[in-house]
Design a protein around this ligand. Structure first.
Ligand code: IPD
Ligand code: CA
Ligand code: CA
Length: 308
């Protein structure tokens, strides 16, 4: 399928003179990148949906690490839109890597988060875009959008200005007890035999209302931001998986860290996000699991089967 023709997607507030339009409650300041980012994410999401309706050939980047023409077309579209509107901005995208000209702004692009779901026809996937401003050694993510085209849900956030879902403010949940939480995790497709997460999945399942494994880290984070989940963790995520979702969680009043409680960084190989209120309880459980304490052993399925 060809990449759609280039259109001018300059930020909405730059397109129209103030006298030409009525102010809206969803208006953002003139220097906001969000209107442009949202338009690009929506366009890439619509492209993904077109591909979703077809049977696509699956290719493999690793054992179970899938990629499709949709991943590539979505990233090509996003890069083309960024290059046209923001030619000085750098981009780190999952499929094409980093073009680094040492610019002030860098985009983190996951053109299709949830490729395995997508390739199997399971409608849980999204486009994830984050924008970082860099000044010397200092780098700050300033805005983020995650768009789920199947549900037509656009999550967004700007640093210091809160988080939104389809224009309305969102907040993390108010649950304080781990035993009342619904949480989420994910399992990597790369080197999965070396990943210890099944132990975490087991233990946290026994201590909460349940653990969901939906297959899109960016959407898992957004679901923490809007209170559907109370926490999320995963090992070995990449910057394009987390850059947008973590800012959206933080702007929705939540917290992100590594598994020892130290600050989350984009290159952290550990991501724990929560409503903030159950963060310490999750950290405590993680420390217990790492230390091998109080681990309820995994039940032997042969015994379970014979006892029924
Ligand atoms: C994957 C998804 C999944 C997570 C994997 C990621 P991709 O991203 O976010 O939920 O468990 O670790 O690699 O490959 O679909 O962009
Ligand atoms: Ca991803
Ligand atoms: Ca991806």
């Amino acid at each position: 399928m060809p990449t759609p023709k280039t259109e001018d997607l300059r930020p909405k507030n730059h397109d129209l003179k103030t006298r030409d339009r009525r102010p809206s409650v969803h208006d953002t300041p003139n220097d906001s990148f969000l209107p442009a980012m949202s338009a690009i994410a929506r366009e890439a999401g619509a492209l993904l949906l077109e591909y979703f309706r077809q049977k696509l050939k699956i290719e493999y980047k690793g054992d179970a690490d899938l990629v499709t023409a949709a991943d590539r077309a979505s990233e090509a579209l996003i890069r083309e839109r960024i290059a046209k509107q923001f030619p000085s901005h750098d981009v780190l995208g999952e499929e094409q890597g980093l073009n680094d000209r040492g610019g002030e702004y860098r985009w983190y692009v996951d053109p299709l988060d949830g490729t395995t779901n997508f390739a199997h026809g399971y409608p849980v996937f999204c486009v994830s875009l984050a924008l970082e401003r860099r000044s010397g050694a200092d780098a700050k993510r300033i805005s983020a959008v995650v768009y789920d085209p199947s549900r037509d849900e656009l999550f967004s956030a700007e640093q210091g200005k809160g988080a939104h879902l389809n224009g309305g403010p969102i907040h993390v949940s108010k649950i304080t007890q781990l035993k009342e939480c619904l949480v989420a995790t994910g399992f990597p497709s790369h080197k999965r035999h070396k990943n210890p997460n099944i132990h975490f999945y087991h233990q946290i399942t026994l201590r909460t209302h349940g653990v969901r494994r939906a297959g899109s880290a960016a959407l898992d984070l957004c679901n923490v931001a809007c209170g559907r989940f109370d926490g999320f963790w995963e090992f070995n995520l990449n910057p394009w998986d987390t850059a947008a979702g973590v800012l959206i969680v933080e702007e929705a009043g939540g917290k992100a860290s590594r598994f020892d409680g130290s600050p989350f960084q984009l290159d952290s190989r550990e991501t724990l996000a929560s409503n903030g209120l159950v963060h310490d309880a999750l950290l405590h459980e993680f420390q217990e699991i790492f230390a091998g304490r109080g681990l309820d052993p995994l039940p032997d399925p042969r015994v379970y089967h014979s006892e029924r």
